[in-house]
Write a protein that binds this ligand. Sequence first.
Ligand code: IMP
Length: 422
Amino acid sequence: MSKGKVDALLGIVFGDEGKGKVVDVFTPKYDIVARFAGGPNAGHTIIFDGKKFVLRSIPSGIFAEDKINIIGNGCVIAPDLFMAEARELEDAGYDLRSRLHISKRAHLILPTHRVLDRAYEAAKGKNKVGTTGKGIGPTYSEKASRTGLRVGDILDNFEAKYKALKARHEEILRNLNYTDYDITEEERLWMEGVEYMRSFPLTDTEIEINKALREGKSVLAEGAQGTMLDIDHGTYPFVSSSNTVCGGVCTGLGVAPNSIGEVFGIFKAYSTRVGAGPFPVELFDETGDRIREIGHEYGAVTGRNRRCGWVDLVALRYAIMVNGVTQLIMMKSDVLDTFSSIKACVAYEKDGVRTTDMPFDTEGWQAVYDELPGWQTDLTQMTSEDQFPQAFKDYVAYLERQLETPITILSVGPDRAQTIVR
Ligand code: IMP
């Protein structure tokens, strides 16, 4: 933790690395936890004291009483989904209004953005991105087109602004011949969500964060999705629509580059991807099925099967480079406990060409692997590094050598307690 700085915690592959758990473990060290990009396409799972919560828009620091949580300007927010998520926490006894601040500059996801998401996907035929259907792409497109609505808009003459934007969306949908939808109930809940959101502190969060930094407070920026889903650096066009990389922390919270402290890059001991797009390490055999089953690799938002494969060092090196990762965090090590051998993708190959750099077009590349012995030992009960079997220590050392970055935290199970700091 760096005083007066923003530390970033970033998924560095295709998301679903387990950021929620790590933020929850890190929270006691920070004064503020802030989301800087994405929206309810994320699903951050947190398990403690036998309870499980899945957070979508709300930062994972929300369970600690004395911390401020911020939804930053780089985020997109759906009032109805926000209300459902927040009410669940309120029902569980958490007082949100005193500790959750929402940027007035964050953009609103309208019900018709979600319809547009479906309509655009339908129009793509077999080139579908496989989005979460939460309206993320249409909302960020609208932000870039300068026609979107922001959270601050709900404070003044909102009805008229909403109606005008909705009418534009309906026209686009008519032009796409996508008219078979009914959002009556959704819209009712959405408006209720807008009303509900008005009771939260809607603030200039960039001013608040910078003031806190000047006072020497510490901020944790909680990433969503992962680097390979970044709109600029991911496997475009099979990506999300925001900057999930470290640069997105600056634009999505309004903090200067020189205020960034540590950059924690979080990855799993293997790879997963949900949705369409190139994935050179994907396993179509029973090993892939085994990883999915043991790792419970089913989407937190959509319930879809996640595609599974071995760890991808080409993607990880690229992500470490574009994010300036200073420390790595390896999650779900225990999922590989029963495998007799473990592979790691060291390069991609296509038409006799081999590369260790992330190519422009990741389609059609085959993974080239190193093979290491598995540890075949249950890691889940281990509480310190010296209890680790040698083969696991060797795997960790191998990754650190390949990635030229230290792995400072190892997770060996879903509970807060199953986290080993080195
Ligand atoms: P969108 O963000 O809903 O537009 O979806 C774009 C792509 O990003 C799809 O392949 C989604 O499956 C993927 N995606 C979006 N959010 C997440 C996430 O939180 N974890 C993993 N994949 C995600």
